[in-house]
Design a protein around this ligand. Structure first.
Ligand SMILES: [Zn+2]
Ligand SMILES: [Zn+2]
Length: 269
């Protein structure tokens, strides 16, 4: 990639059984969260043509197991520095890290040439954040594990060229489903997870003119249906269903690229 104004994103898997997302600007590659064992990461990385020693940093969104369980082990095994809020770190789930960089909500930082802004989100963790990556004017947001969105988040998404957006559950499926009552309340609550309806509301509020890429993430296997999500998002965006991507728990998704003056270019499935 010679043009600097591009960003690529891929996923090793997305959902309550484990998450790991890769972001690259062509020079720097970071992994956002690692909710998989090192063994599983090594099994999945070749799909994306990436070697573990190419990863320049691991960014932690929060301390829930599906995001943090593999962070410490991967970091130690390949000497990869970690970026985390103090709250996420205080969980103690990372163990000793070879290099740690503390971050705070809405305080931008850089990893080499990659600029990152942590977005504080309402979620039932100690100091959760999600991430906005910028490359010149280009902006890619990862927004999962949030019970609701705030005006400050919407502000940060203006403009936005690519978004990984949590579509956790269909409200009807959740309430009619088999989860225990307390878990239903937690998932649906303001500190839980975004429903399809909330994701659509956010997309409707956002400036959609620049949007090239929308990927639905963190879908509940019990309380959602990928086909339903694609249809809802396609209707909201007036895009063909084929243009929308759904991140799978096992499959994640292959590299997707956004760029200024370019449309989506998928390099692999
Ligand atoms: Zn999660
Ligand atoms: Zn979570």
């Amino acid at each position: 990639m010679e043009n600097n104004s591009t960003l690529k994103v891929a996923s090793l898997g997305s959902g309550s059984k484990g998450n790991a997302t890769l972001v690259s600007n062509g020079e720097v590659i970071v992994m956002v969260d690692c909710g998989f064992t090192v063994k599983e990461v090594l099994k999945r990385l070749p799909r994306l043509n990436i070697e573990p020693d190419q990863i320049d940093g691991i960014l932690v969104t929060h301390e829930h197991q599906d995001h943090i369980s593999g962070v410490g082990a991967l970091s130690r095994r390949f000497s990869i520095p970690v970026w985390s809020t103090r709250g996420s770190l205080l969980s103690g789930k990372c163990g000793n890290l070879p290099e740690l960089n503390l971050i705070e909500g809405f305080q931008p930082f850089s990893i080499g040439s990659l600029d990152v802004t942590p977005l504080s989100v309402p979620h039932d963790a100690r100091e959760p954040c999600q991430f906005l990556f910028t490359q010149d004017e280009l902006r890619l947001a990862i927004l999962t594990d949030l019970g609701c969105f705030t005006p400050k988040i919407v502000e940060q998404l203006t403009p936005c060229h690519g978004i990984l957006l949590e579509c956790n559950h269909d409200e009807e499926m959740l309430w009619n489903g088999s989860y225990p009552e307390r878990l239903k309340q937690r998932v649906a609550g303001r500190m839980g997870h975004m429903s399809n309806r909330q994701a659509i509301e956010l997309l409707q509020l956002m400036d959609r003119d620049s949007l090239q890429l929308v990927i639905a993430t963190h879908l509940s296997e019990q309380n959602n249906c990928p086909k339903l999500v694609s249809t809802l998002l396609a209707e909201t965006l007036s895009w063909p269903v084929e243009r929308l991507k759904i991140a799978g728990q096992d499959s994640g998704f292959g590299w997707q690229e956004i760029g200024l003056n370019s449309s989506i270019r998928a390099e692999s499935a």
